[in-house]
Design a protein around this ligand. Sequence first.
Ligand code: FAD
Length: 286
Amino acid sequence: MKIRDILGQGRPTISFEVFPPKTAENYESVKEAALEIAKLQPAFMSVTYGAGGGTSRYTVDIAAALKNQGGVTPLAHLTCVSSTREKVHQVLAELKEQGIENVLALRGDIPADGRVAHDYRYASELIREIREAGDFCIGAACYPEGHVESENKTDDIRHLKEKVEAGCDFVTTQMFFDNNILYNFLYRIREQGISVPVAAGIMPVTNKSQMKRICQMSGTELPARFKALLDRFGNDPAAMKQAGIAYATEQIIDLIANGVDAIHVYSMNKPEVAARIRENLSDIIK
Ligand code: FAD
């Protein structure tokens, strides 16, 4: 099924994200975790793509397992900045062969050594090419706080509009911890005529050190209320997990109460975390 049809139904949905293994030895355990999350019957599940494309086969294989064994609609991520055009088309052919209809088209981060493949500069170019390559439903990334490389949000929103005009059907946000940031972003993009569905990306934080690293890389702001949780529970893993799940649940309930129906949870291959969030929302997202 195409995600644009799932998100267009006008009711709250929840989806989960997993990342593929880096090595063959971890493949089975990652697949097992992904299939465990699939048992929660989310609206769809996304599988990230390793920067550089070296593990692209695992992205396709996990996405195929979700579809064939888990009975869940998969969304395969695909990055382009470190890829050749040939590699991108090889992955698209593999996705087609597996009957995977949904692709999240990304530029990918510029590697620390600055070495890129030069066939693509921006995600919009990839989107245009996927649109021509077949009948895919295409998603893209968006940044309520602005992308780290962007000098201002106005330019970033202009570039987001270019992605929509290139043919993307929906967008998923970078994680955020203050819903007001998302509400402001939604107001601004709607004002600019961007009308595709927006899936709100929610990260249940269960580990303090992981959080610090991710926020440094992405430029995500941490509200005082959230920092207090990290300070108070950050060194007690069980308490941090409970607090992180409760915070994410509250964020989701507030979003749905305010009309944001598409919720995407960065579940990070953790079935237990996904299950606890799902359970907390059992009567809110049917
Ligand atoms: P783009 O949309 O190309 O934007 C990149 C930057 O260029 C932005 O600052 C934008 O404003 C600017 N820009 C765009 N067009 C132009 C233009 N024409 N002229 C000048 N500037 C322009 N990374 C992975 O490696 N694997 C993943 O699976 C993955 N999944 C992700 C999922 C989500 C939901 C999100 C939010 C991010 C994900 N990322 C992933 C990270 C992503 O690859 C990085 O954030 C990357 O730096 C930007 O990718 P993009 O597709 O948003 O790029």
